[in-house]
Design a protein around this ligand. Sequence first.
Ligand code: ZN
Length: 149
Amino acid sequence: MMLDGLYQEIILDHYKHPHGRGLRDPFNGEAHHVNPTCGDEITVRVAADLSDISYDGLGCSISQASASVLYELLKGRTPQDAAGIHEAFVALMQGRGQVEPDEDVLGDGIAFAGVAKFPARVKCALLPWMAFKDAAARAGIDVSSEVTA
Ligand code: ZN
């Protein structure tokens, strides 16, 4: 897999120095997701007011870096903002490389634009976001981005 050098650097940096990693209390919803095709696992905990999003996992650099980016982008947001960012990230990942990412919305998430061209790796990138969606639902937050892939 060949990614743009800068994008690859951003992903590797989040992988080596994850932001907000580790499971914390208190939380209102938790979800554990696995991506069997790659062997990635992630557990996400969500506080009902999004004052904290904590996670732990193992797997490839893309899945783990994606969790770090998710934490950075969604923690402390209003549920409405979080839903919008969630939707933008899912749209980017399902765009097969045809969706132009908006850095104002997605921050370091734009680094995953190159990953969208590799269907097998899209599941890695989306894993934490799907786990977040389930954990958020259990915490009473509706993040209803449709996932079709
Ligand atoms: Zn993976």
